[in-house]
Design a protein around this ligand. Sequence first.
Ligand code: NAP
Length: 337
Amino acid sequence: MKLFEIRESFGLENLKLAERPTPEPAADEVVVQIRATSLNFRDLLVVQGKYNPRMKLPRVPLSDGAGEVTSVGAGVSTWKTGDRVVIPFMPAWLEGELDEGKAGSALGGAVDGVLSEFVVVRAGALLPAPEHLSFEEAATLPCAAVTAWNGLFVSGNLQPGQTLLLQGTGGVSLFGLQFGKAAGAKVVLISSSDEKLKRARALGADETINYRAEPDWEKRVLAVTGGRGVDLTLEVGGAGTLSKTLRATRYSGHVSLIGVLSGIAGDVQTGHILHKAITVRGIYVGSRAMFVDMNRTISQHQLKPVIDRAFPFESAPEALRHLESARHFGKIVITIG
Ligand SMILES: NC(=O)c1ccc[n+]([C@@H]2O[C@H](COP(=O)([O-])OP(=O)(O)OC[C@H]3O[C@@H](n4cnc5c(N)ncnc54)[C@H](OP(=O)(O)O)[C@@H]3O)[C@@H](O)[C@H]2O)c1
């Protein structure tokens, strides 16, 4: 089978096509032919060596895959050849709290990922792909969508009528927009581009702010919430945006801390957290159980993920460069086979 691997050293130029034997399933495993995969910002960091500079190479990158079952182990009765499936980001996190062992199963990080024609997965980890979604659409779900779901409803406990702040128009934020609107929230969204803000309004964003034109965007967020602040934020900006987010958050509000787009470390106004009794909670994607709940909602509302562009398998490095450019709106996918 063909796959892409980060060969001997990091860097997009070292992401190379390779051949390895097609895997055979053990008794409790299933082999999945990957039909589509999607990109996350993490994948760029992994390939560049910024995610874990000590990662063992060669490594197959990418966490998000959807495809078809092609063979099942002798002890597997839950799946059959031809079933359409999605693979969770952390196949060992089935339910409950996250721990070190579950985190260690994250695909395309500590272990090989899905930028490959075939992968082998524990049967109990797989989920059926929502019926109304194509492989490309289903492949957008494992990381960005589950992260947004966890940040909104599991950690964030979003309620109808509450106000939600979203940053940018990447994968996590646009799932946050779709799920937030489906749940009856009011959405304030910031972006670097007026054109992207227009598209976000078409998807239901109630208030939009250009954070390039208005670097003090937190003041506008306070203004559009009558001075009160938002109830919940999916914080994808990280160190460079967190203090602004805290200023834009109401007393006893909640911040789901997800991303590092503007930096991993930096000064944070901790005074806002304690004075306003704000909860800041770290999110690391989510469990298979959260994925199941999310898919039920996606099917019920017939939600369609926002896909920016699909690249063919051979153009995987180009797809990552497109992600790096930040010109995208929503998810970038790679079609395989
Ligand atoms: N903790 C987790 O489990 C988890 C899971 C998924 C993702 N993440 C993290 O969450 C972040 C977003 O991931 P993603 O895959 O959704 O990324 P993405 O699709 O690459 O989205 C990036 C977008 O974010 C916006 N952005 C960049 N810098 C910004 C800033 N300073 N302030 C506000 N918006 C900014 C830009 O949108 P505009 O062009 O519209 O401005 C950019 O296009 C990344 O840091 C990623 O590593 C974490």
